[in-house]
Design a protein around this ligand. Structure first.
Ligand code: ATP
Length: 367
């Protein structure tokens, strides 16, 4: 559980305008101690501007930032208990690994022995002991990223801000480095605030995620919460793949709600505490992995049951993906895990099939 009762960072009504353009719009957020918090959004949504305001590189147009109970809104970067790791890593190519890592402490005139001890600790933490004498232009992308991380951490900030920390790495290395980053964060207990446009990265790394669009936070929550209970259509479509159906609330009862979907010619059920009224237009969203495919009509009368034809299918090794054309013409995506090793496909192109899902798997989208 995240401890936000005693937050390390408190952001209140923070905004930033460039001329008439509002890049960050009235953000309120508490970040707990030792959290690995991600700000996730597409290009231009304002996430880097928000991070730069936390770092002190950008002056807010309105609002306040507190770190550990101290108002830092108007403090310069070097007076904040914060360090920032930039997209470009900003390591010095003419210095070796050791000197790069020691740089911040040297500048602060920390004693020689103290520097040596702390550099050793950092080299061990980021597992670069064997590379201490190497020039940084002789390192791989992943190693460079770890030098930058060590350089940012050696001054023991209370908060480390990371702007797209893994963007320069290829997929395999990025996945591995994600786990390294999590381990290091866990070991040091420093609060990390990560800006990323990569939803998989945010889901893997974070204790909590804020999904941002047009300068605003649309939803803040744990990865599972955001994936399973997206609060609106934007978040639902931004995170992972989802099928959405438009409809009208037909009835509301203690067990859930019924939604008449004209495009399916069917009524769907959803379970949950939704503040909706009969007659209201809503969306119903279902993730591909929550949908079952069967050859015969499913028996559970409470489940959504629709007929369709397999229009396309793809084999991804661990998963199979299906595009199913429903009788109404609507295309939907279904995924199923390949638990057994078999050369025979369960269903083929053009097979007539049934799809079904449980009411609990349906998410009602109001916005
Ligand atoms: P990306 O992932 O592409 O870096 P981002 O979400 O980090 O995007 P920001 O860099 O925060 O986006 O920029 C948000 C918006 O503010 C963008 O439309 C950008 O053009 C604008 N912007 C940022 N800095 C300035 C500036 N100094 N002057 C004018 N507009 C700016």
């Amino acid at each position: 559980m995240t401890d936000t009762a005693n937050p390390l960072i408190r952001i209140a009504g923070l905004s930033k305008s460039f001329g008439d353009f509002v890049a960050v719009d009235d953000i309120h957020l508490d970040i707990g101690r030792s959290e690995l918090f991600s700000i996730l959004g597409g290009s231009g949504c304002g996430k880097s501007t928000l991070l730069r305001m936390l770092a002190g590189f950008e002056t807010p147009s309105a609002g306040k930032v507190e770190i550990d109970g101290i108002d830092v809104t108007h403090l310069p970067p070097y007076e904040r208990p914060v360090n920032m790791m930039f997209q470009s890593y900003a390591v010095f190519p003419h210095m070796n690994v050791e000197k790069n890592i020691a740089y911040g402490l040297r500048k602060d005139r920390v004693g020689k022995h103290e520097i040596a001890r702390r550099v050793d600790d950092m080299l061990e933490l980021v597992q670069l002991g064997d590379f201490r004498q190497r020039k940084t232009d002789q390192l791989s992308g992943g190693q460079l990223q770890r030098v930058a991380l060590a350089r940012a951490l050696i001054k023991r900030p209370k908060v480390l801000l990371l702007d797209e920390p893994l963007a320069a790495l290829d997929k395999k290395l990025r996945e591995r480095t994600q786990f390294e980053l999590m381990n290091i964060q866990d070991e040091l207990g420093i609060t990390f605030v990560v800006v990323t446009h990569d939803q998989e990265e945010a889901m893997t790394l974070s204790s909590r995620i804020a999904v941002m669009n047009e300068g605003r936070f649309l939803q803040v929550g744990e990865p599972k919460e955001i994936y399973e209970y997206p609060c609106n259509r934007f978040v639902a479509n931004f995170i992972g793949t989802i099928n959405t159906f438009e409809g009208t609330v037909a009835s509301v009862d203690p067990d859930g709600i019924s939604i008449q979907c004209e495009e399916l010619g069917s009524t769907l059920r959803a379970v949950g505490d939704y503040a909706v009224a009969v007659g209201q237009a809503v969306g119903v969203a279902v993730r591909p992995e929550k949908i079952f495919i069967s050859r015969s009509e499913p028996e559970d009368l409470y489940d959504a049951r629709l007929r369709g034809i397999v229009d396309d299918q793809g084999y991804l090794g661990n998963l199979s993906l299906y595009r199913v054309r429903l009788e109404s013409g609507k295309m939907i995506q279904v995924s199923s895990q390949n638990r057994r090793r078999s050369s025979k496909r369960f269903v083929e192109w053009d097979d007539e099939i049934w799809i079904s899902w449980q009411p609990l798997s349906a998410v009602v989208l109001v916005d």
